[in-house]
Design a protein around this ligand. Structure first.
Ligand SMILES: *Cc1c(COP(=O)(O)O)cnc(C)c1O
Length: 390
């Protein structure tokens, strides 16, 4: 008999009933160190006082109106995002998938309004993940996600990750945009080298193609910069954001330059909940903390400590781990053993991590993790590796 919850997930037998900072408390009372953060969502850990305050204050005042009216909380967050990024304008969504939908629509509408209505192709990369809607699965293009769901939305061209020649060959007069995660998340934490992103920007400029950055996972301070593309010095035309921006409250956004957004006039897109007062009140509280340069400096310091500790583990346990890669606090531990075995051994040490593609174990701790918690996680992974090594 089918479960009352549609069985689309293989769930670990863990039930968390409370969160405190970087810790999750299981219903049996065990405390788990959370290096998954709900897949890079709980950017400031659990029950951060400033976020609880922002949410409860807003909950007592106003939950929802509609985008038929002005929403001051939405305006405040949009102003902050514009002030801190390349973008001139923001549309709020409730998830990364919805941000993908709008990014695709925006890029195509741009060319339509330029009088090039057949310029609809969007180049994406193998191993990418952009969400689960029909457009997002077509964008990623993996057989696993597309199979059985009817004809894929047309117009996506997939090229191998980091293959500049294949990318150049894929771009032509019918290309509307290139969509890329500066650090692939689900694909197994694969950072694109800075010079590749710079080359990609130059290629887009040569052909007038729009560059869409999917920073749903790698954005909002995760790599030690507010957004990952900042490391390379380039800017995209359109950027998809979600996950960390709401700190655990459902919130996403599409950021764009005035030029890239120029086709999106009144009536061309909408969302009932997008930019809802509750979500934007929390999002503003997250932004206030994460956009502070001193906070980002601390993220980089913690990341250095964690990456150093992990490199030591790889040296000590060559039969368990292969290598460490990633950027900031978005780290992939490529495993020699099946990553699911390592995941389970980490659970046994009450450490939460997340599996990823390419046999990687993802470490995505809250950005405000302490040095002591970083050391604790290394100790737990060491214990897990010792159990697996013998
Ligand atoms: C998670 C993710 C998405 C999809 O976000 P949802 O909120 O699950 O719809 C899109 N792109 C990237 C890079 C992601 O990591």
């Amino acid at each position: 008999m089918i479960s009352s919850i549609l069985p689309t997930y293989n769930r670990a037998p863990l039930t968390f009933v409370k969160g405190e900072g970087s810790w999750l408390i299981e219903q049996d009372g065990r405390r788990f160190l959370d290096f998954g953060a709900g897949i890079a969502v709980n950017a400031l850990g659990h029950a951060h006082p400033a976020l609880v305050q922002a949410l409860t204050d807003q909950a007592g005042a106003l939950w929802h109106v509609s985008n038929l009216y002005n929403i001051t909380q939405q305006q405040a967050l949009a102003d902050r995002l514009v002030a801190n990024t390349f973008a001139d304008t923001v549309f709020f969504t409730n998830s990364g998938t919805e941000s993908c939908e709008l990014a695709v629509k925006m890029a195509r509408k741009y060319w339509y309004e330029q009088g090039q209505s057949d310029r609809i192709k969007i180049v994406t990369f193998e191993g990418a993940f952009h969400g689960r809607s029909s457009a997002a699965i077509a964008a990623a293009g993996s057989e696993k996600m597309l199979k059985g769901f009817g004809p894929a939305l047309e117009g996506f061209v997939h090229v191998p990750w980091g293959d500049h020649d294949a990318l150049r060959a894929a771009i032509g007069p019918d290309t509307a945009a290139v969509m890329i995660e500066p650090v692939q998340g689900e694909g197994g934490i694969r950072p694109l080298p800075d010079q590749c992103l710079q080359g990609l920007r130059a290629l887009c400029d040569d052909y007038g193609v729009l560059l869409i950055a999917d920073e749903v996972q790698c954005g909002m301070g995760r790599t030690g910069r507010l957004f990952a593309h900042e490391w390379s010095g380039i800017t995209p035309d359109i950027m998809m954001v979600a996950k960390g921006i709401g700190g655990g409250f459902p919130l996403g956004a599409v950021l764009a330059t005035e030029n890239a957004a120029s086709g999106m006039t009144a009536g061309t897109h909408g969302s009932t909940y997008g930019g809802n007062p509750l979500a934007c009140a929390v999002g503003t509280a997250v932004m206030d903390i994460v956009s502070d340069p001193a906070f980002l400096e601390t993220v980089r310091a913690r990341a250095g400590r964690l990456q150093q500790g992990l490199a030591g583990l790889v040296d000590s346990f060559p039969d368990v781990f292969e290598t460490v890669r990633g950027s900031g606090l978005m780290i992939g531990l490529k495993c020699k053993l099946p990553n699911t075995d390592v995941l389970q051994a980490a659970y046994d040490q009450q450490l939460i991590t997340v599996p990823g593609g390419d046999n990687v174990l993802r470490l995505l701790p809250p950005l405000n993790i302490t040095d002591a918690e970083v050391d604790d996680a290394i100790a737990r992974l060491r214990a897990a590796a010792e159990m697996l090594q013998k």
